[in-house]
Design a binder for this molecule. Structure first.
Ligand SMILES: Cc1cc2nc3c(=O)[nH]c(=O)nc-3n(C[C@H](O)[C@H](O)[C@H](O)COP(=O)(O)OP(=O)(O)OC[C@H]3O[C@@H](n4cnc5c(N)ncnc54)[C@H](O)[C@@H]3O)c2cc1C
Ligand code: SF4
Length: 570
């Protein structure tokens, strides 16, 4: 029998990118919040530059819960289950995955909010990919712009604006939607190699610009500027220059006196009353069960766990899982197509042993609908990203570009000569949701508490594979222009495995029958349940999700503050 704890106003499940941001506007408004976090506080000692621990062994001290509930995956409902990995990419800690993420902090482009209407307007209805369930967001970029701005300043984002109130600045991204003001910090500086790549892009007639990063390019909010020493590709920052929520919004929320953080609290289910209102959550710490009552609950435990928690929370009112009486929880799932990269070999050193993955040059000429798709057979596109980051183990694992065997003395001398002469681009491509791509509970595999893990049934379809091949061509052209002597392309992709950019499953929209949450992020069927994270998003665009996740989280929390009397259970 769970111990019933003292009532609170709001429970947030998970204090990562989304939950860690939502806590601030709530507590600033005087609402009492309990943050139930499965992980612990991590210390600077945990952020030592240790490639073996962080990149190879997967944070054995930090990601204990995540590593024990890795989703299973299969391409289609009739394909075999893929071999299950042993490391979950996400983090369990106060600050969540913002502790060890790459910190690229992009806004979505205007097109990403209106894929269906814009595609039909520009190319005709026949261009919508078959089987896709993509739809326009219930609002456009202008609605989210103030929240992007808020988060960029609260968390701290460095970057070069490309469009302030409609005035284009060619130093930034000329394709971005209009923003009200510049970033709070200038962009991270470039290396010689990044300058060279920017020059090559310009000579192709493209528009290179520095990508936005939640990393201090100068001292900000009394925290250090970045030292560019690296090791934070899956590592934390020992000088707090990376702006995780653990060093930004969470301590500020604590300072209000209205945030209580309970660490090592593994939330297992969400309870409801007879009217379908959420009453609180059950959690387990060291095998002991607690029930934390609350007037409202915000679930912010990353896409797979958001969906799993809802599906596990069965009751008389919700026999198929919380807020799932219309069978929508788990639907419209997709993950960014992060594979299909391109690697290049150069005849000179790149000095990439110095730098971090958020320090780089982007080209958006081939992203979203920034180019004419009239003669093409797909919609969407990709962001081309070249960055400075190489660690010893990663370098030793580089491709030999068919110039040496993968072992022995010939391999060793190749690595010795070329370890600092190769670069791999990160090409982030739009991905759409499809009817037959979804999340549910695995019928066989369980976590150590006996709860089924999440199961992914999803594959990249023709539209995504065509984008992949197209953007690989562009990336190869860019590398060759910069002097590459050999190119290697990764396969264009099939099954969607576990992803760090996982979207959908609790899609947002105005129709209570087809959307899990409304335009404010609250469940249509359980109005005092909010869902935070990319699980509410219906499109991915060609850029990383976290800034959008955080802007949405702020907006949902602000809506709760403004409507506390109507939403909070009395
Ligand atoms: C290596 C890496 C690099 C990345 N780089 C970028 C990047 O450059 N830019 C970008 O935009 N995105 C990046 N991402 C993705 C980014 O980390 C996610 O978009 C973001 O963290 C999602 O926010 P979230 O709050 O949904 O999840 P998280 O930040 O993971 O937070 C979820 C929190 O919930 C807690 N939790 C989970 N289950 C429970 C439970 N049952 N009970 C209690 N607590 C629970 C977890 O411990 C965690 O603290 C990267 C991810 C990885 C792994
Ligand atoms: S490179 Fe910058 S952000 Fe990364 S750990 Fe070093 S100081 Fe921190």
């Amino acid at each position: 029998m769970a111990t019933r704890l003292k009532d609170t106003d709001v429970v947030i499940v998970g204090l990562g990118a989304a939950g860690g941001v939502a806590a601030l506007p709530l507590t600033q408004a005087g609402i009492d919040v309990i943050g139930l976090e499965a992980g612990t506080w991590l210390t600077k000692k945990d952020f030592a530059p240790d490639e073996l621990r962080n990149n190879v062994r997967g944070w054995p001290q930090g990601a204990q819960k995540a590593n024990q509930e890795i989703p299973t995956s299969r391409a289609t409902s009739s394909s075999p289950t893929a071999p299950r990995g042993s490391i979950h990419p996400m983090q369990n800690a106060v600050g969540g995955t913002t502790l060890h993420y790459w910190a690229q902090s992009w806004r979505l482009n205007p097109w990403d909010f209106a894929v269906v209407s814009e595609t039909k307007r520009r190319y005709g209805a026949s261009r919508m990919p078959k089987g896709s369930t993509v739809e326009d967001w219930p609002f456009g970029l202008d609605e989210l712009e103030p929240y992007y701005d808020k988060v960029e300043y609260e968390v701290g984002v460095s970057g070069q604006a490309g469009n302030i109130n409609g005035t284009i600045d060619p130093r930034g991204n000329r394709f971005e939607g209009a923003r009200k003001r510049a970033y709070p910090m200038p962009p991270l500086r470039w290396t010689d190699f990044i300058e060279r790549m920017a020059g090559a892009a310009r000579s192709l007639g493209w528009h290179p610009f520095p990508g936005p990063a939640a990393v201090n390019s100068r001292s900000y909010q009394n925290r250090s500027a970045c030292m560019y020493h690296g090791f934070c590709n899956r590592g934390g920052c020992h000088v707090d220059a990376k702006n995780s929520t653990a060093v930004t919004t969470i301590p500020r929320a604590q300072a209000t006196g209205h945030l209580k953080i309970v660490t090592r609290a593994h939330v297992t289910t969400i309870e409801v009353d007879g009217h379908g209102q959420v009453t609180g959550v059950n959690y387990v710490t060291d095998g002991v069960e607690y029930f934390q009552p609350a007037k409202a609950v915000l679930v912010a435990s990353f896409t797979y766990e958001n969906v799993r928690l809802l599906l596990l929370s069965k009751s008389k009112a919700f026999p198929n899982g919380l807020a799932n009486n219309h069978g929508q929880v788990g639907r419209h799932y997709f993950s960014h197509h992060q594979g299909a990269g391109v690697s290049a070999l150069f005849p000179f050193n790149l000095n990439a042993w110095y730098g971090l993955p958020a320090q780089g040059v982007a080209v958006d000429n081939w992203a979203d609908d920034n180019f004419d798709h009239g003669g093409l057979d797909f919609i969407g596109g990709g962001n081309l990203w070249v960055y400075s980051d190489r660690r010893p183990i990663g370098a030793a694992g580089m491709s030999t570009f068919g110039r040496a065997p993968g072992w022995g003395s010939a391999w060793k001398s190749f690595i010795k000569e070329y370890a600092d002469r190769s670069n791999s681009a990160y090409i982030q491509k739009s991905t759409l949701p499809y009817e037959d791509n979804y999340l549910d509970l695995d019928p066989e595999v369980k976590d150590p508490l006996g709860f089924p893990v999440c199961r992914i049934t999803a594959e990249y379809k023709e539209n995504e594979r065509r984008i992949a091949a197209f953007t690989q061509d562009k990336m190869e052209q860019w590398y060759r222009e910069a002097g590459a002597i050999a190119i290697q392309r990764a396969p264009v992709g099939g099954a969607m495995g576990v992803s760090t950019h996982a979207y959908g499953g609790t899609r947002m929209g105005d129709n209570a029958e087809t959307h899990v949450v409304n335009r404010w992020g609250f469940a249509h069927e359980a109005p005092n349940l909010g869902v935070l994270g990319a699980s509410v998003m219906g499109t991915s665009g060609a850029h990383n999700p976290t800034l959008t996740v955080q802007a949405l989280a702020w907006r949902t929390a602000e809506h709760l503050v403004k409507n506390w009397k109507h939403i909070g259970r009395t």
